[in-house]
Design a protein around this ligand. Structure first.
Ligand SMILES: Cc1cc2nc3c(=O)[nH]c(=O)nc-3n(C[C@H](O)[C@H](O)[C@H](O)COP(=O)(O)OP(=O)(O)OC[C@H]3O[C@@H](n4cnc5c(N)ncnc54)[C@H](O)[C@@H]3O)c2cc1C
Length: 458
């Protein structure tokens, strides 16, 4: 076997970031080799299909929040289509005092909702006149309390942050974790004024592409991974590559595949691996530069997929129900994939996804399957009105010890270190959730930027 091989780009990690990067580079005519540690493509995108149910182990949905998502699916036409969530999925429920309440979506529901205090409902009218913050490290919790009030933090922002980051709003820094919100205040002085002004600003045709719709793909997100892999082509993907290491050489990069002792020479290397995987992939980087990156904290998440053959009206016609920390329940929230997308369960059934743990409750990781099942069963009857002692037809437990990167105060040092390394080592791209956002749309946008940068260097 030829132990040396030349390609233009080595991409490490076959999650959505690595797959989209490799797919776009291949389309641009570059020779790419995609290397993956595990024995499958998809990374956190994993869909389990069983008896008519589709259970997601990782992401259930993305948001069409940028043009890159639309453009990706345009390029994949015929291989993988986007599936927008049904209209009902616009309803978000929030648990308060023993019941789910819809998050207000109009002025009249905003006035009547029991979620926020009267004091805060009146206070919000003065939000446009409140002083702009000047702390670039202000947490999401502090910012919300300052501009909107404690009840908005407790019953809107805290559950929203649980739903996205499984995180703690008092630790996540707004500038890094919710940059669009941070910029609204910084650029326009107010969220409300900023949102109105932005809505009135002229938009290019490309800016009009994002629909802000919630999306998935038929059959679950693993189908997106399979479609991308097919386009990249099997011969350009190597799975089960444990122990990859990369070194800079005179005219580019050398990647050593420890299993086969192959050496791959490339002009560019893109890593999309998680922060904790980087020290072994990039052993030449000094500790002082690697530590600020590899120390990134990930929130643990346990996702429990629940399938019921007869839903009997117990699965709400909504996106999901989120549970504020203040309510002290053992759940972060429940998504209702069968209410959002077609073919997630047999006709008349229901598909639910429970989220447990997060930054504030890592202790659930040590719960046994029996303990988690019992917790889920209790919530089915307490929160969704299933009969007491009801046993669902399917329960699938997915434990993610390091699920979601937390963009906390150490993000500034991490980003500075990444920028320094990319400048020092030309041709090295450090990508994935270590920067640029944690959602599916963020990952697709980042992959597009990197593919364009590399193509422009050629
Ligand atoms: C439980 C859960 C629920 C989520 N829900 C949502 C959601 O509803 N909406 C949303 O937008 N986002 C959600 N996310 C986030 C979203 O799934 C991720 O942002 C996205 O899938 C990350 O893709 P990635 O390619 O950057 O990383 P990954 O998917 O983690 O891929 C990285 C890949 O690199 C590989 N790798 C690591 N080390 C090496 C090595 N040494 N050599 C070779 N390969 C290596 C890994 O095996 C992996 O396949 C969720 C995440 C989790 C965990």
């Amino acid at each position: 076997m030829d132990k040396n091989k030349d390609v233009d780009v080595v991409v490490i990690g076959a999650g959505v970031t690595g797959l989209v990067t490799a797919f776009l580079l291949t389309r641009k005519g570059l020779k790419v080799l995609l290397l993956e540690k595990s024995n499958r493509v998809g990374g956190q995108m994993r869909s389990i299909r069983e008896d008519g149910f589709v259970f997601e182990s990782g992401p259930n949905t993305g948001v069409v929040s940028n043009p890159e998502v639309v453009e990706l699916f345009q390029m994949l036409q015929g291989c993988c289509s986007i599936e927008n969530a049904r209209k009902e999925a616009k309803v978000r429920l929030i648990w308060k005092n023993g019941a789910f309440h819809p998050l207000p979506s109009s002025l009249s529901t905003a006035v009547s909702t029991p979620l926020f205090t009267w004091n805060d409902k009146i206070r919000i009218l003065f939000e446009p006149f409140r002083k702009k913050g000047d702390n670039p490290f202000e947490s999401i919790g502090e910012l919300t309390r300052r501009r909107l009030g404690q009840s908005f933090l407790d019953y809107a922002v805290d559950p929203f942050i649980s739903g996205i980051y499984a995180g703690d709003p008092s630790k996540l820094v707004t500038r890094f974790a919710l940059p669009k919100l941070y910029n609204l205040e910084q650029n326009y002085g107010s969220f409300i004024r900023g949102a109105i002004k932005k809505a009135g600003e002229p938009k290019s045709d490309r800016d009009k592409l994002p629909t802000k719709e919630v999306f998935s793909v038929p059959g679950g997100f693993e189908s997106l991974a399979t479609a991308l892999a097919k386009e990249i082509k099997e011969e350009n993907i190597r799975l089960s590559q444990e122990g990859i290491s990369v070194q800079p050489v005179a005219d580019g990069w050398e990647t050593v595949l420890s299993a086969s002792e192959e050496r791959i020479h490339s002009r560019y290397v893109v890593s999309t691996a998680a922060a904790y995987d980087l020290p072994s992939i990039l052993p030449f980087i000094e500790d002082k530069d690697m530590k600020p990156i590899s120390s990134l904290h990930y929130a643990p998440v346990i996702q429990v997929g629940v399938g019921v053959v007869k839903a009997d009206g117990h699965v709400p016609n909504a996106f999901g129900g989120l549970v504020p920390s203040r309510e002290k329940q053992q759940m972060l929230g429940i998504l209702f994939p069968s209410s959002c997308f077609s073919d997630r369960c047999p006709e008349g059934g229901g598909n639910l996804s429970f989220f447990i743990g997060g930054s504030k409750h890592p202790e659930y990781l040590s719960y046994t399957d029996e303990q988690l099942e019992s917790l889920v069963k209790k919530s089915l009857s307490k929160m969704l009105g299933f009969p007491a002692n009801y046993t669902p037809d399917k329960i699938k437990i997915f434990r993610h010890e390091r699920a979601i990167p937390q963009y906390e105060a150490d993000t500034e040092a991490r980003l500075a270190s990444i920028a320094g390394l990319e400048k020092q080592y030309s041709g090295l791209f450090l990508a994935g959730g270590i920067r640029d956002g944690i959602g599916m749309a963020d990952r697709i946008k980042q992959a597009t930027r990197i593919a364009e940068e590399i193509a422009n260097l050629n």
